[in-house]
Design a protein around this ligand. Structure first.
Ligand SMILES: NC(=O)c1ccc[n+]([C@@H]2O[C@H](COP(=O)([O-])OP(=O)(O)OC[C@H]3O[C@@H](n4cnc5c(N)ncnc54)[C@H](O)[C@@H]3O)[C@@H](O)[C@H]2O)c1
Length: 307
């Protein structure tokens, strides 16, 4: 039986990944400090360690679990918070990653699969859809530290022999996404509309994002587990959807007649984001299967059922 360890496994993406690994017969352990994750997300068959990835006790968890694969998803994910507090972001997203990688090397882990970001790493680019070879110009400490973590994986591979795959994901959405913070505009809009509240659009709403459904993302993690060689892959749909269009799709789905209302643009917000995932298609055999209309339908249904 394959042993998988997920950091951040009580979060939005990590908990879906845990379900998928359990469904294919893996033994699954999770490390999470519940800073944004939730116990409700966790299947009872997961072994839970309530720890911070920066804790020295992580070593003992690795020694006990001896995982074959580590999926490293635990992170501070709020871009604006990283701008306000770059050292906190570096502490969690970079130093925390070093702690995980050191433990992985010392405990014979076969491979680390790292949750990176397509949007924030490419940052200030004007090449769309963006390919992996595009020069990275992150505009936030979050993007800088994710890129530095990727470079660290390269170093651990070359110098310490630890295999890895990096998934540079676009904007993920779907059931269980938190409505707090800033990451999930789809979750925030659905939640507000179902509560009868007016969601506000930041700026003119013409900014675009590449929305990828969580089910497609977890399939990419599973494929990354069995691929050989160490590389990085964009995981996105290549389709740009503006915030205005996203708002309209959700309104149509919920069946409300709600006007769009706008607030000031957030300073430094990226105008466009869209990933070219052709490398993932040719080398991992991955392509997105869920279009945004079905994805929004399923997400709305989940929020309705949760109420
Ligand atoms: N959601 C997106 O659109 C998106 C896009 C690209 C990349 N990512 C990356 O995917 C990963 C998962 O994102 P998500 O949307 O599921 O976020 P999330 O906040 O739902 O999940 C992160 C999990 O990590 C845990 N965590 C945070 N800091 C920790 C720490 N110091 N020690 C232990 N656990 C800690 C949280 O409690 C949470 O359960 C993150 O690495 C994120 O950067 C997300």
């Amino acid at each position: 039986m394959t042993k998988s360890l997920i950091t951040g496994g009580a979060g939005f993406v990590g908990s879906h990944l845990a379900d998928r690994l359990l469904a294919q017969g893996d033994d699954v352990a999770v490390i999470d400090n519940f800073s944004s994750g939730s116990r409700e997300n966790l299947d009872s068959n997961v072994r839970l360690y309530e720890n911070d990835i920066r804790d020295p006790q992580i070593e003992a968890i690795f020694a006990k679990e001896k995982p074959d694969f580590v999926f490293h998803l635990a992170a501070q994910i709020d871009v604006r918070r990283s701008v306000e507090n770059p050292t906190e972001d570096a502490d969690i997203n970079l130093l925390g990653t070093f702690n995980i990688l050191d433990c992985a090397v010392r405990n014979g882990v076969k491979k680390v699969i790292f949750a990176s970001t397509g949007g924030a790493i490419y940052g200030d680019t004007d090449i769309f859809p963006t390919k992996e070879g595009t020069y990275e110009q992150p505009l936030s400490p979050y993007g800088i530290h994710k890129l530095a973590a990727e470079k660290s994986l390269y170093f651990y591979k070359k110098v310490k022999g630890l295999d890895y795959t990096v998934l540079r994901m676009s904007n993920i959405y779907g059931p269980r996404q938190s409505t707090k913070g800033e990451a999930g505009v789809i979750a925030i809009f659905i939640d507000k509309m179902l509560k009868g509240e007016q969601p506000f659009i930041n700026g003119d709403g013409k900014q675009t994002r590449d929305y990828v459904f969580v089910e497609d993302v977890t399939r990419a993690f599973i494929l990354a587990k069995s691929t050989t060689g160490s590389d990085k892959f964009n995981i996105g749909t290549g389709v740009e959807t503006s915030v205005n269009e996203t708002f309209e799709k959700i309104v149509d789905n919920i069946g409300f007649d709600l006007p769009k209302m706008y607030k000031d643009a957030k300073p430094g917000e990226q105008k466009r984001s869209c990933l070219d995932a052709s490398r993932a298609k040719s080398e991992l055999g991955w392509k997105p299967e869920c279009d945004i209309d079905r994805g929004i339908r399923e997400t709305v249904q989940w929020f309705k059922d949760k109420k």
